[in-house]
Design a protein around this ligand. Structure first.
Ligand SMILES: *Cc1c(COP(=O)(O)O)cnc(C)c1O
Length: 345
């Protein structure tokens, strides 16, 4: 890895961050008159903890990552944007990623006027490391990878991810939004070996909490400090911090739901494979399937008539006539299968 100060934008490296009342005094007092808050309407009158210490303590125990290596954001969307703003000089630097993959990386790059280079996956949706490295140059600051990948569902080969981490001198982001559905171990265990690694996870998928917006980035304490420096001071609101703690304290509940989703995924795979309108169902390590069908546009519209919405991915590279279907409850999956049996394309 290049020295961190060579990767970070000079203005961000020099930046003196905003210092809030809650940064300047930490600890317990009986009277707080330092933040122009109202004394009424407890507890919502108070600004939330800017560094979410209680929540990070819990996440630290669950994920076996020390608190200084955890950054929390308003969904994964926030760290995706902040990583780009920390490392990529608009109009000069670039990002390398894979195609097809999660659309937010490119949108965040576009918003920041940072060139986004897409390297196609191979015809089995595998990572082509030589082409990926070939696409990078001296101005490539970040590589975004997603494993298990959205919308293809497969995980990327671990040995290839190590190759990228070892051979690329800049930042490697591995988005693990779907890791809980996979038998693969998280790359959070590799943070000490790879100072250029950032792992993204979220409460939006297996934890069933997309509505509260909590994304996690795991990285070296130095990288986490940079992200903290440029985030909005109170980026995670009080309601989200409280609810996230409550949800994370019930991990047995999550595990039970996860088990059902995995069983349903198995059942759905074989049931979908049997349907005449489905040409092939791709293997998945996530809570959704990519499936090639006879006519994706028509299938999508017919399912709407049954009140069922799936994602039409037929305009995505390598995904002609493909739809993406999330695994629902057993009843929802039955409704889907019943509808699919009635549809003739
Ligand atoms: C759903 C998803 C996320 C989650 O984003 P949030 O902003 O945390 O809801 C992140 N990455 C990928 C690839 C996803 O599919």
């Amino acid at each position: 890895m290049k020295p961190l100060h060579e990767l970070v934008r000079p203005n961000i490296w020099k930046l003196k961050p905003y210092s809030s009342a809650r940064d300047e005094f930490q600890g317990n007092a009986s009277v707080y008159l330092d933040a122009n808050e109202s004394p009424y309407n407890e507890p919502f009158n108070r600004y939330p903890d800017p560094l979410q210490n209680a929540l990070k303590q819990k996440i630290s125990e669950l994920k076996k990552v020390r608190p200084e290596s955890i950054f929390l954001g308003n969904g994964s969307d926030e760290p995706i944007d902040l990583i780009i703003r920390t490392f990529c000089e608009p109009g000069t630097d670039n990002i390398v990623s894979i195609s097809p993959s999660y659309g937010m990386y490119e949108v965040a790059a576009d918003v920041n006027n940072v060139e986004f280079r897409k390297v196609p996956l191979n015809n089995r949706f595998g990572l082509d490391v030589p082409n990926l490295i070939e696409a990078a140059d001296a101005h490539t600051k970040v590589i975004f990878l997603c494993s298990p990948n959205n919308p293809t569902g497969n995980k990327l080969k671990r040995s290839r991810l190590y190759e990228v981490l070892n051979s690329f001198e800049g930042i490697v982001v591995i988005d693990e939004a779907y890791i809980d559905f996979s038998n693969e171990t998280s790359f959070t265990g590799e943070l000490d070996r790879f100072p250029n690694l950032i792992v993204l996870q979220t409460l939006s998928k297996a934890w069933g909490a997309a509505g509260i917006r909590l994304g996690m980035a795991f990285a070296s304490p130095e990288i986490v400090a940079l992200l903290n420096k440029i985030k909005y001071p109170y980026n995670i609101n009080l309601l989200t911090q409280q609810k996230a703690l409550e949800i994370l304290n019930k991990s047995d509940r999550m595990q039970k739901q996860l088990q059902i989703i995995l069983e349903e995924r198995e059942r759905l795979y074989f049931a979908l494979e049997m349907l005449p309108c489905v040409l092939q169902v791709y293997p998945t390590d996530a809570n959704f399937f990519l499936a090639e069908v006879q006519d994706a546009d028509k299938l999508y519209n017919e399912l709407i008539k049954h009140g069922i919405i799936i994602r039409n991915r037929s305009t995505v590279p390598l995904c002609a006539n493909c739809v993406r279907i999330s695994v629902g409850t057993p009843a929802e999956n039955n409704a889907l299968l019943d509808a699919l049996k009635k549809i003739t394309l």
